[in-house]
Design a protein around this ligand. Structure first.
Ligand code: NOJ
Length: 558
């Protein structure tokens, strides 16, 4: 395949596949690589350019593959390396690209490096991970908490030290201070790039450099652990490490890199993605996903204030313009379904799903679609905790219980924010288990699959699927979407998200109603869109230019 140059990823639309929940071909209830190959025409038909594949590497699956045992082999339930090679070939045959997940903040505790590291203080691999003595009283080296609840340190009896794990106990953090570890990581990346993959999505890559003093964080009210992010988010040597990775690996290939970076600000993002800095191509940010929570705790629910969302997007759109590059997303495997979150998944499911897509896809950046988003898949509410599989959810339940939260409050939080909302199997058709598997799915299918499924969506020309297809097409045809400047309109309005994209010869005006009530547009916008052409709209019947129907989204061009 000939590689195109010139930042092809700026005009691309990415589709994320979460392998265990995508398509199962052997009836074991778990998606697999042959299942992905089977659906490539579906993705090509949707119009997507790039597939981001969540981890398919060998793993004990404590965190669904984000705990890697061997970076250079494939998890047996997903298939073989031959299957992966075939997938890559078939993706390329269809003119699409394949981006793999790179998880190098941590490995599995079953990775050979950790097995060696744990075996003795003298092991040459000891220093591949972060080992520290406990405090004088035997307590962990500091008061950091793990993202998945509990202390971020686990004690190893045999060698009498603690190891750091910012995530699960089975996900020990790698020590990037060690140059041999870095060389091994770069070698592994080159192995994949030599196969011809088209880039990496880098898991929590801005966590890899830690403050080597490992200070305690301040403990807030009602908290069990110290506020520690400042000691490892965008840590002291992060830019040095990324520049080194760029020189050793990335500079030699025409690939796309996207850094998942919780806690990064627009200023950080500029440093990471300004091409002059030779680090990454784009950033995957979180601020817009953190607006419906209290005190930095995603389980502590708060209703979204639309003004906050608008101002947040404005900040990112204007700061990165002409300097760096952003990802545009509402969903991924860690987030609840957007139609249930910022839309209305009952009365206005189709309408609000299309409006949300319109609002996002008209901005500057590279849009990401998470499997099932194009069908308007919704959150799920399992009655019993036993039906949940996600380690974050299950650990959180115990921790919140110990803090005195009621069962009802915790379940409400899980229904709103739990990661299994995104992980229920892909809904392909109305047959048993949504056509995902002939066996028992590893996580139950959302019971609404008889109404919401790909087969039905493909047949209905007005479906959410076909609407996404048009949005994706627009991204390819209209340079203004890639290059235009962003200007926020109706800043203080609590219902309408309106903005302009200003190009050299053309202006787009995007107006979206985020509510289930009619909304009135500002006079200046009404004047501006008089006589303007409609680029796309989710309500062709509602041609009243001074008002928006519930969840209406329209784009005008002039
Ligand atoms: C971010 C990933 O998206 C998430 O799924 C995972 O649990 C953590 N990083 C740890 O790898």
């Amino acid at each position: 395949m000939t590689k195109t140059t010139n930042n092809w990823w700026k005009k691309s639309v990415v589709y994320q596949i979460y392998p265990s929940s995508f398509n199962d071909t052997n009836g074991d209830g778990i998606g697999d690589i042959p299942g992905i190959i089977e659906k490539l025409d579906y993705l090509k038909n949707l119009g997507i350019d790039v597939i981001w594949l969540s981890p398919v590497y060998d793993s004990p699956q404590a965190d669904n593959g984000y705990d890697i045992r061997d970076y250079q082999s494939i998890y047996e339930k997903y298939g073989t390396m031959e299957d992966l090679d075939k997938l890559l070939e078939e993706v390329h045959n269809r003119g699409m690209k394949l981006v793999m997940d790179l998880v190098v903040n941590h490995t599995s505790d079953e990775h050979q490096w950790f097995v060696e590291s744990k075996s003795s203080k003298e092991s040459p691999y000891r220093d591949y991970y972060v080992w520290r003595d406990g405090k004088a009283d035997g307590e962990p080296p500091n008061n950091w908490g793990s993202v998945f609840s509990g202390s971020a340190w686990d004690y190893d009896e045999a060698t009498g030290q603690y190891y750091l794990h910012l995530f699960a106990k089975k996900q020990p953090d790698l020590n990037w201070e060690n140059p041999d570890l870095r060389t091994d990581v770069y070698e592994m990346m080159n192995f994949w790039l030599d196969k011809g993959i088209d880039g990496f999505r880098m898991d929590v890559i801005n966590f890899i450099s830690k403050d080597q003093d490992f200070p305690d964080g301040e403990v807030g009210e009602g908290q069990l652990y110290g506020d520690s992010g400042q000691y490892f988010i965008n840590g002291p040597r992060i830019h040095e490490f990324l520049k080194e990775m760029h020189t050793e690996v990335l500079a030699k290939h025409d690939v796309m890199t996207v850094g998942e970076m919780p806690g990064a600000t627009p200023d950080d993002a500029k440093d990471y993605t300004d091409p002059a800095n030779d680090e990454l191509d784009m950033i995957f940010t979180f601020e817009h996903m953190n607006l419906d929570q209290v005190d930095g705790d995603k389980w502590n629910l708060k209703a979204l204030n639309l003004v906050d969302l608008k101002e947040n997007f404005e900040k990112w759109q204007t700061s990165l313009h002409g300097v760096g590059w952003n990802s545009l997303y509402w969903n991924n495997h860690d987030q609840p379904r957007i139609v249930s979150r910022f839309g209305d998944d009952a009365k206005y499911r189709e309408k609000s799903a299309k409006m949300l897509a319109t609002c996002l896809h008209m901005m500057q950046g590279t849009p990401y679609i998470y499997q099932g988003e194009e069908l308007g898949m919704t959150n799920v509410q399992f009655e019993s905790l036993e039906d949940y599989r996600d380690i974050e959810t299950l650990n959180m339940y115990k921790e919140k219980k110990s803090l005195g939260w009621s069962h009802e409050r915790i379940m409400e939080a899980i229904y709103a924010k739990g990661r299994d909302n995104a992980r229920t199997p892909m809904q392909w058709n109305a047959s048993e288990n949504a056509g995902f598997t002939t066996g028992t799915p590893w996580l139950a299918v959302n019971p609404n699959y008889q109404q919401i499924n790909a087969e039905a969506a493909l047949e209905d020309e007005h479906s959410i699927y076909h609407y996404y297809k048009r949005l994706i097409q627009l991204r390819k045809e209209k340079d203004i979407l890639t290059n235009g400047r962003f200007e926020l309109l109706m800043r203080d309005d609590a219902q309408v998200f309106a903005y302009k994209r200003v190009g050299e010869e053309e202006t787009y005006v995007v107006v979206c109603n985020f509510s289930g009530e009619e909304a009135v547009l500002e006079d200046s916008i009404v004047a501006e869109v008089q006589g303007a052409e409609v680029v796309i709209s989710n309500d062709d019947s509602y041609d009243i230019r001074h008002k928006l129907a519930p969840y209406e989204g329209v784009v005008y061009s002039k």
